[in-house]
Design a protein around this ligand. Structure first.
Ligand code: ADP
Length: 679
């Protein structure tokens, strides 16, 4: 193959001449390669969609020139885009064609595709926008509905509150009624029992057999009525939350032997054996309310004996978990069907059975026991199979949660927190004590609990608290007497006392010297505000003025003294600082050495001139290392100099306390520090 031929094959332009109708008259080799041979009609060689364009092209070319028209040829049935230019000449039309590179077509294809995709995306976006609008409307509608429901809820909430209020009142009335009526019952019942006993003892003469039988019936009926009245009374006391918890440490073995003695004469059937299994060697003592545990066990044992005709009733104790004790009372009696097992713990519920008809009972024993179990921080459950017997289990913490909590409180109170003011809280109810402790946690006050007046007196011998909170519920008259005592003794006269009562006795409290008064229930904010207030003029809360232009330094001091009895006030420069000192009369001043409008010396000089501020102790804090002369000069007029780098909560508090001591301020502070050990 010649080079010329190779070049021919590489060429992409072609030249041809045709007549005005488009019949080819002359064609070069490249044109022929694309099938554009002489005699052929151009219209036969272009794609159908280019026919009109070809016609226009020829017409235009004949007139003047047609430049770069794009026409699609068909080469061996495949479309091939060409750019053609044409001009009239030699009695026909000369056409120069240029095959457009294939890639161009590809790119065009891509562009077309992208355009199509873009259009598609545009449509999707429009659709989404419409959807968004719709949802927005939906949301607004929902919002409006929610608003309506919220308003409805508020109304409902009020109604529920009112209902629960009236229920509470009704339940209070019910409890009062029940307990009054029960008491009313007791007196005549006691008379009946006493008189029956007297008649039966025959002090007033012999009885015939029939009379004796009748009297026995009367006695038994009166006894069972007494039992009912006692149960109802117990229950109403539990409901009213009036039962006091009396905790103490006791060995389970002793509890068992007391119960054994008590039940010995009561085992009715010779076919039934009552067994107390001694707890294993080393079984720990329990620290909870022994009476209540005993009451629950008595109920369970007497039930077991009632519903067992043959076999055994076994009482045992074990430790299902290290911190928990479990008592189990198992019998070989009639058992309880699964569907009745939950019901029997409800008030006045009994299961229908032949035995049931024979034995007496109130249907209150288990519901009482269940409540007692809850008070003990435990749980009462049953496992039973009809005809085989039942096992009732009482699982309870070995140490009553309140005892544990109280121990923690006592422990915490044994260590006086020097950063907080001590408040002696005299309150016999543990729950209320915990409440005070929770209220004052995280405040500048530390609770020192005293559960009796005697305990309070002992604490007062060791510390001088910033305030005393005195609950008057505590055996009535004697707590008023204690208030009188506090206010008359020189050592305690100036300790502010906040008196808390259930009914309004403000007049009496004030007359006896109370500094603040409150009717229960009190809320946290009130308590803290009052303590701060009574403390403020007694020196319990101490104001610390920080004079420093650096915001971060002021923030640090504020942060370090948060949760303490120190209240931070702030100033940014010499003038402001001196003015604040005169106005607020802080107990201590924290003074930055370098200030925007002067130095610490300027502040110290100004404070010295004014009699109101002369005595305020000043602690200089600085981040600059001072010369010996500077330190000496400063020490003359200030209490101490500390570097900012070494400032911590402890250092800040220690320095403030030293400063107050040197200045002879804060008597409460002084006393608590002096006897910080051994409370
Ligand atoms: P009651 O004074 O009737 O014994 P309780 O509340 O103590 O009231 O018991 C409620 C009911 O539970 C009983 O009446 C009895 O039907 C059923 N029950 C309680 N203990 C047992 C037991 N150990 N075996 C079978 N049934 C029992």
């Amino acid at each position: 193959m010649s080079d010329a031929h190779t070049v021919q094959t590489l060429r992409r332009e072609f030249v041809l001449r045709c007549d005005p109708e488009g019949t080819i008259e002359h064609a070069d080799a490249v044109a022929e390669r694309y099938g554009l041979t002489p005699q052929a009609r151009l219209s036969d060689r272009v794609a159908v969609d280019s026919h009109t364009k070809l016609k226009d092209f020829l017409a235009r070319a004949q007139e003047k020139t047609a430049d770069r028209w794009e026409i699609t040829l068909l080469v061996e049935d495949a479309p091939m885009p060409v750019s053609v230019s044409g001009a009239a000449g030699d009695g026909g039309i000369w056409v120069v064609g240029n095959v457009l590179p294939q890639e161009f077509e590809v790119v065009m294809g891509q562009v077309r595709q992208s355009m199509a995709e873009l259009a598609d995306m545009h449509r999707t976006a429009e659709r989404q926008q419409r959807e968004l609008l719709r949802r927005n409307e939906e949301l607004s509608r929902l919002n409006r509905e929610l608003d309506d429901s919220a308003r409805g809820m508020i109304v409902l909430h009020h109604e529920v509150e009112e209902k629960s209020d009236s229920l509470r009142r009704m339940s209070e009335v019910k409890s009062r009624l029940v307990s009054n009526v029960s008491h009313e019952f007791r007196t005549p019942l006691n008379s009946i029992l006493g008189l029956t006993r007297m008649l039966l003892s025959r002090v007033d003469g012999e009885l015939n057999e029939e009379q004796e039988k009748q009297l026995q019936y009367i006695r038994r009926s009166a006894e069972s009525l007494t039992e009912l009245v006692n149960d109802v009374l117990d229950l109403s006391k539990l409901e009213a939350g009036k039962v006091a918890l009396r905790t103490g440490t006791f060995p389970v073995k002793e509890l068992f032997s007391a119960l054994r003695g008590m039940f010995k004469p009561l085992v009715p059937d010779p076919g039934v054996e009552l067994v107390f299994e001694d707890p294993p060697e080393g079984f720990p003592d329990l620290d909870t309310d022994e009476n209540k545990v005993s009451q629950v066990l008595k109920n369970l044992i007497s039930n077991a004996l009632k519903f067992t005709e043959r076999g055994q009733v076994v009482v045992r104790a074990d430790l299902p978990e290290p911190d928990k004790a479990r008592f189990r009372v198992s019998d070989t009696g009639i058992g309880i069907a699964p569907e009745d097992q939950a019901r029997i713990f409800e008030e006045f519920s009994q299961v229908e059975s032949p035995i049931q008809r024979r034995v007496k009972g109130t249907g209150l024993g288990l519901s009482l026991s269940k409540r007692l179990a809850t008070i003990l921080g435990g749980e009462l459950t049953v496992e039973s199979e009809i005809g085989r017997g039942s096992t009732f289990s009482l699982v309870l913490p070995r140490q009553h949660p309140e005892v544990r909590e109280m121990e923690r409180l006592d422990q915490e109170a044994a260590e006086l927190d020097p950063s907080r003011s001590q408040v002696l809280v005299v309150e016999d109810d543990r729950q209320t004590l915990f409440l005070y402790e929770r209220y004052l946690r995280g405040s500048g006050f530390q609770v020192i609990p005293a559960r009796s007046l005697e305990g309070a007196r002992r604490k007062l011998e060791k510390i001088k608290p910033a305030a005393v909170v005195l609950d008057i519920m505590l055996d009535g008259e004697s707590s008023w007497g204690f208030l009188r005592e506090l206010k008359s003794r020189p050592e305690t006269r100036d300790v502010p006392v906040l008196v808390v009562t259930v009914t309004n006795r403000e007049h009496k409290a004030r007359a006896l010297g109370a500094d603040e008064f409150c009717v229960k229930p009190m809320d946290r904010e009130w308590l803290i505000r009052r303590l701060e207030n009574i403390g403020r003029y007694r020196g319990a809360v101490e104001r610390v003025l920080v004079i420093d232009d650096d915001e971060v330094s002021r923030y640090l001091v504020r942060k370090m003294l948060a949760d303490t009895q120190y209240q931070v006030i702030e100033a940014e420069d010499v003038h402001d600082g001196v003015r604040m000192a005169q106005l607020e009369r802080p107990h201590v001043i924290f003074l930055d050495f370098v200030l925007p409008t002067g130095t610490a010396f300027d502040v110290l000089d100004a404070l010295k001139i004014d009699p109101r501020t002369r005595g305020i102790p000043v602690i200089i804090q600085t981040s600059k290392s001072l010369s010996d002369e500077e330190v000496a000069a400063l020490s003359k007029d200030s209490t101490s100099v500390i570097s900012k780098q070494s400032l911590s909560r402890e250092v800040a508090i220690a320095r403030i306390r030293e400063a107050l001591l040197q200045a002879g301020l804060g008597p409460a502070t002084l006393a608590t520090t002096a006897s910080a050990e051994g409370v």
